[in-house]
Design a protein. Structure first.
Length: 405
């Protein structure tokens, strides 16, 4: 039963002697992804909103929120990773560097004719799969998408509308990932998954690098004045690992504090951190949570290593944390803009509000130096990708709106 927000302040032995590899997160490596994304005609930086009224009410210095609901018309950031990984795979197939293949070349008939027809396959709760299907259609290639049980039919329809072969299967996310990998081996498909495992690491690394474009944008929009804290949500940990890896490679010891928020029913990173395990602990079961995009019980090994070694805190969040964040952003204080943020997108806002408003977390605030001098970056990773569920939560309160703070 999901009841209480839980946390772990990271002081493990791994953080004292980090070993995670930062080479893939150098500015030179990540800039290739940004360069590719900027060549896409639909590309535009997503907004970074300043929320001074919310900051004042929470007694922090500044709050900024990166709104990924406006990414490529897909309402989520996920296409950044999948599209870049697919482009890198094609570049490798052609024996060329990705920097030589901007989008207009990548989608050309000339490139298509050099390829022997590719089927890209993935497992998704919705956002990643839609991004993969969207990019496959641009590339004039095929895509196959499997969704775990409990997935939204609205998100399934969005994927089908991108031209993919897609279905909801009767298994949880992690089992569906294994099934997708087995089907890919059988039929010669290319798996595009941000979950890394032994022997499957290259494409997840490209996906992580692809996500970095939103952080390049955010830092530019902040006029290169770094935040003191970055709150980031984690499913398998690929996105969170990218944020941690990029900030660590860029700023070193002077990096912002990175605070991880997971869905409590699938909190593999939190449990691994508490246990101070070198390897991540898996979480099984149905993984049913309102935060569908975070319902992943097995960590990306590269993402976990980065978070294990460098993240400052891990929070295991019941559903009420996410729904609280959705309502805060959708019903702002005067002068702050309204923001449509989905379940997985808003959990960090909900978490910040609880940490700053509940006396139960005064010690946590002090240990993380969350105070009137804090300059906080939040990332809303999705909009209302399931419109009916969004309205059920924000309009009708049909999902949890409170719990034990």
């Amino acid at each position: 039963m999901q009841e209480q927000l839980k946390y772990y302040i990271n002081h493990s032995r791994f953080k004292q002697k980090p070993t995670a590899n930062l080479a893939s997160f150098s500015q030179a490596e990540l800039h290739k992804a940004w360069q590719f994304h900027r060549s896409i005609p639909e590309y535009a930086p997503t907004p970074l909103y300043h929320l001074p009224a919310l900051a004042k009410s929470l007694n922090v210095g500044q709050i900024y929120l990166k709104d990924e609901s406006q990414r490529f018309g897909l309402k989520a950031f996920k296409a950044l990773g999948g599209a870049y990984a697919m482009a890198c795979h094609i570049a490798e197939e052609l024996g060329r560097d990705i920097s030589e293949l901007p989008y207009n070349v990548m989608v050309s008939n000339e490139v298509r004719e050099q390829l022997n027809g590719i089927t890209f396959a993935t497992t998704t709760d919705g956002n990643h799969g839609r991004g993969v299907a969207w990019m496959a259609r641009q590339l004039k290639q095929k895509s196959v998408v499997y969704m775990p049980k409990g997935s939204s039919h609205e998100r399934l329809d969005a994927i089908l509308n991108e031209g993919a072969t897609a279905e909801i299967v009767d298994m949880n996310y992690d089992d569906a990932v294994r099934m997708t990998a087995e089907m890919a081996r059988k039929y010669g498909w290319v798996v595009v998954q941000d979950t890394a495992w032994a022997g499957y690491e290259k494409i997840p690394q490209w996906i992580m690098q692809g996500y970095s474009t939103l952080m390049f944008e955010a830092l530019s929009q902040l006029h290169e004045v770094k935040p003191t804290h970055v709150f980031v949500q984690a499913g398998v940990g690929s996105f969170a690992g990218m944020v941690q890896g990029m900030l660590t490679a860029l700023y070193g010891e002077d990096r912002p504090k990175v605070i991880i928020a997971e869905a409590q029913i699938a909190d593999c990173l939190y449990r691994s951190a508490v246990a101070e395990n070198e390897e991540a602990i898996s979480v099984g079961g149905d993984l049913q949570t309102v935060m569908a995009g975070l319902a992943c019980g097995e960590a990306n090994i590269a993402g976990w290593q980065l978070l294990r070694d460098y993240a400052d805190a891990f929070f295991s969040c019941p559903d009420f944390v996410a729904t609280r964040g959705m309502r805060i952003l959708g019903n702002p204080l005067p002068t702050d803009p309204p923001i449509v943020s989905g379940e997985s997108g808003a959990v960090t806002t909900g978490l910040l509000s609880i940490l700053m408003q509940s006396q139960n977390y005064a010690d946590v605030r002090n240990r993380l130096e969350l105070n009137e001098n804090s300059r906080i970056l939040l990332i809303s990773t999705e909009g209302d990708t399931d419109i009916q569920r969004y309205r059920d939560i924000v309009w009708d309160g049909e999902f949890p709106s409170f719990g034990q703070f």
